[in-house]
Design a protein around this ligand. Structure first.
Ligand code: TRP
Length: 362
């Protein structure tokens, strides 16, 4: 059995263990060459494959690309936002941006119709991406089902370079729907390198660590494919935010996440109910301080709501020392969250027509 199933439930637990198991390199190795971004400074992006080569090429003035995919699963929540924050980082680095909507994968592995995927991708994902700052005019966005002839041809050709053993060892299964999804994803990842897209060129793929099996096999395929001289795609891995009640954040459990379209009222209520690292009694809290690592509100602040390191550090110190109470921490989070949501939802309204126009003109 593989230790990560890209189609299963992921709860990673020990990230350094996973890095060891799979040979993922620590992000610290290349940190000084990356933009000074809070995702890196805070270890939210924790590992990579081949990012050093990507960054060297970029430093030498080579055109580079970033590619990632959206699996339409339900509402767009804060757990999904970290990928968008990374896309924006690469957009700022002037990388060419490619994003796919994985409707073939959703069809084959999740029983979601192409129509439903389309609707979810537009309403839940694209509108939120644009509201967060994605510039569609500079983005190659496509649905897998409409990827074009070359893209589908490559995906079939890549099959030649895999063995059944390799597939089974990597995915723990060789179910046809999974193989089809995997081959489609290799074509996604290599797409920015197709000749018609100005390739070959270095590409980085920001993903959760559950997607690493696809990255490993795409790197294999890139090496073996003889009809073009592809660079092995680089990748980065980010941590998953935990659910508000602790445990896994999951689209099927409303209380575990805050959606970017939740009303501020609903969202604040979820903060009220969130798991904190506060102690049982005031006396104990003042003496021992909060258990920060177990505090989901602090996690939300770290991943999303506070960009200023000093501000976060100040809060961490006060909370860890017991000077600040969980209720006070929640109050800070609530103010920031409602401000964020009001502003975001305003922008999302404006994003509606932009997305519609983009899809029409494609
Ligand atoms: N399999 C990814 C997921 O489940 C979605 C995806 C499809 C993807 N193609 C991709 C991710 C290419 C990164 C790169 O979320």
């Amino acid at each position: 059995m593989p230790e990560i199933d890209p189609w299963g439930d992921v709860e990673v637990g020990d990230y350094s263990q996973k890095m060891q198991d799979f040979g993922i390199d620590p992000i610290e190795d290349v940190e000084n060459k990356m933009p000074d971004n809070y995702l890196i400074r805070r270890g939210i992006i924790f590992g990579h494959r081949g990012l050093d080569k990507f960054l060297e090429a970029k430093e030498k003035g080579k055109d580079v690309a970033m590619m990632t995919g959206i699996m339409p699963s339900g509402v767009f929540h804060f757990g999904h936002k970290s990928v968008v924050d990374q896309i924006l980082m690469y957009q700022e680095m002037d990388a060419q941006i490619t994003i796919t909507a994985a409707d073939i994968e959703a069809y084959n592995t999740r029983d979601i119709s192409l129509e439903k995927s389309r609707e979810l991708v537009i309403e839940e994902y694209l509108k939120n991406y644009v509201a967060l700052g994605l510039d569609l005019d500079k983005t190659d966005f496509y649905f897998q089902s409409e990827g074009g002839n070359n893209y589908h041809l490559r995906s079939k050709q890549f099959a030649k370079h895999l063995t059944q053993n390799e597939v089974e060892a990597t995915y723990g299964s060789a179910a046809p729907g999974k193989i089809t999804s995997a081959l489609t994803q290799y074509s996604d990842i290599l797409r920015p390198q197709f000749k018609e897209n100005g390739g070959p060129k270095p590409v980085v793929v920001p993903v959760g660590v559950d997607q690493d099996p696809h990255i490993r096999l795409t790197r294999e395929v890139a090496r073996k494919y003889r009809d073009a001289d592809y660079y092995k795609p680089a990748s980065t891995y980010h941590k998953f935010m935990r659910g508000l009640q602790g445990g896994k954040m999951s689209s099927s459990d409303e209380k575990s996440y805050i959606a970017l379209t939740d009303s501020p009222e609903d969202a604040l209520m979820k903060i009220d109910q969130a798991k904190t690292g506060g102690r049982d009694t005031l006396k104990e809290h003042r003496e021992k301080g909060a258990k920060i690592e177990e505090d989901m509100v602090f996690e939300l602040l770290t991943f999303h709501l506070i960009r200023d390191d000093n501000e976060l550090k100040q809060i961490r110190e006060e909370y860890a020392s017991g000077e600040m109470l969980s209720g006070e921490l929640k109050q800070i989070a609530k103010e920031k969250l409602s401000e964020f949501l009001v502003e975001h939802q305003e922008k999302r309204k404006e994003a509606g027509p932009i997305v519609k126009q983009y899809l029409k003109e494609r």
